[in-house]
Design a protein around this ligand. Structure first.
Ligand code: T4K
Length: 397
């Protein structure tokens, strides 16, 4: 990829920014406000604000039904949900994960003195490459955490076969994948357990929140205990634990947002198609594809900038930011290149060729219910304008 073009040639210098106010990736989808306030009225009347309240229990039932999974344990956020699931599975030593993921996947292990070992990804799907996973197994390996990045199911059968062969535990970070399916089955049912994030920026949000889903009853019971300090009753702690509880207002937000899930998917899909339409024909620009035969939430508009693009990925980002479009370089530069892990494994990158290629070419664009076709057209125009040749002439706008 070209590295040395002059950024000022690529911005819309001299023009007013395309957007007056910043346009964010991850601007939340918010359901019916009156319904939320009604729920909150009930919460105040009951004065049950937390500790497995009725709204949390109702949300857990709704999620379990929606995913067709036996157990859902709601949590305060996805990271704590990951930490609790990792501990409940008794992972230790080394655990294999992709480096191309949000840093929380690695931190949830490192925080518990478990070594995250980074395996490479498939450059098309951006999910773990099972052959790369095999290469990273050592006598200290106890588990694999696949990540359903962008909501695309990681290769569950292949990872399951590897886990069986080597006697490893398998779980999934499904933070991006609420409402998505893999091979026709809802994500939430794979591995021994799966972990969702319901952070504000996610397709489905509870302000902050998350959940662990599983079809293993004894695991679900252990996770419930661990979420609440290990309390089995008043004055009776029977398990080590922490505070991972979801609060009632968060559950109220989740119940309200449930009512608009289909509508949000429809808007996200429409936006995705509009980005495809308005970005088509730009040299070296493509959109990450979603499998049409699966359920997708289309939350992430992942644009890839290839070698033959007249501008670099960073030049396009700069042009977007100059125009108040705060596109993101998720998940550059890869977890292995973030300080805590770079210090631990300075040579990890040698086996992460595809991770580098993908992390260097991705731009995530704004999506969600606050984005219209007119906005997408303007974003696409800024991207088109940024594709200048080195002598400053527009090539593809
Ligand atoms: N595993 C994976 C694969 C994940 O992607 C994540 C989280 C996790 C695990 C952990 O789950 P949680 O513990 O977070 O539940 C954001 C989110 O904070 C994070 O939840 C998410 N992944 C990650 C992909 O994106 P940042 O650091 O990029 O967030 P931030 O604060 O820059 O937010 C993005 C943009 O959204 C901002 O530019 C502004 C906008 N925004 C944000 C919030 C909170 C709003 O417009 N309104 C808001 O309320 O990590």
């Amino acid at each position: 990829m070209k590295q040395n073009r002059s950024p000022q040639k690529l911005s819309t210098d001299g023009d007013v920014p395309a957007f007056e106010k910043p346009l964010h990736v991850g601007h939340p989808n918010i359901g019916n406000r009156d319904d939320f306030l009604k729920y909150m009225g009930e919460v105040f009347d009951r004065r049950i604000l937390s500790n497995n309240g009725p709204l949390v229990q109702e949300l857990e039932r709704r999620i379990a039904d929606y995913l067709g999974v036996e157990h859902c344990v709601a949590m305060c956020n996805g990271t704590v949900a990951l930490e609790i699931a990792i501990r409940a599975l008794k992972l230790e030593g080394e655990v294999i994960i992709p480096s191309y993921t949000f840093i929380a996947t690695a931190h949830a292990l490192h925080w518990q003195a478990i070594t995250p070992v980074f395996a490479d990804i498939n450059p098309v799907t951006h999910t773990l490459d099972p052959n790369a996973v095999r290469r990273m197994i050592t006598p200290r390996t106890t588990g694999i955490i696949g990540v359903h990045l962008w909501g695309r199911g990681a290769q569950a059968e292949e990872l399951h076969a590897i886990a069986e062969e080597y006697g490893l535990k398998l779980m999934f970070d499904a933070a991006h994948a609420f409402g998505c399916s893999y091979k026709g089955k809802m994500i939430g049912n794979f591995g021994t357990c799966e972990v969702f994030s319901f952070h504000a920026t996610k397709f489905f949000n509870t302000f902050e929140g998350g959940a662990v889903t599983t079809n293993d009853s004894s695991l679900a019971s252990a996770i419930r205990l661990m979420r609440n300090f290990g309390f089995a009753g008043y004055d009776d702690v029977i398990h080590p634990g922490t505070n991972g509880k979801m609060i009632e207002p968060a559950a109220a937000m989740g119940l309200v947002n449930f009512a608009s899930i289909d509508n949000v998917v429809e808007i996200n899909r429409r936006n995705y198609k509009n980005y495809q339409k308005h970005l088509s024909g730009l040299l070296g620009i493509s959109l990450y594809t979603y499998e049409e035969n699966e359920k997708n939430n289309f939350q992430y508009i992942v644009m890839e900038v290839s070698e033959d693009c007249p501008a670099t990925r960073d030049e396009i980002i700069q042009a977007l930011h100059t125009n108040n479009i705060l596109a993101r370089k998720y998940f550059w530069p890869g977890c292995h290149n973030m300080k805590p892990y770079r210090d631990l494994y300075p040579h990890a990158g040698l086996l992460l060729t595809n991770t580098k290629i993908v992390a260097d070419r991705v731009i995530v664009l704004p999506n969600g219910t606050s984005i219209s076709e007119e906005i997408i057209e303007r974003i696409s125009t800024v991207i088109g304008r940024s594709l200048h040749t080195s002598d400053g002439q527009e090539k593809n706008a």
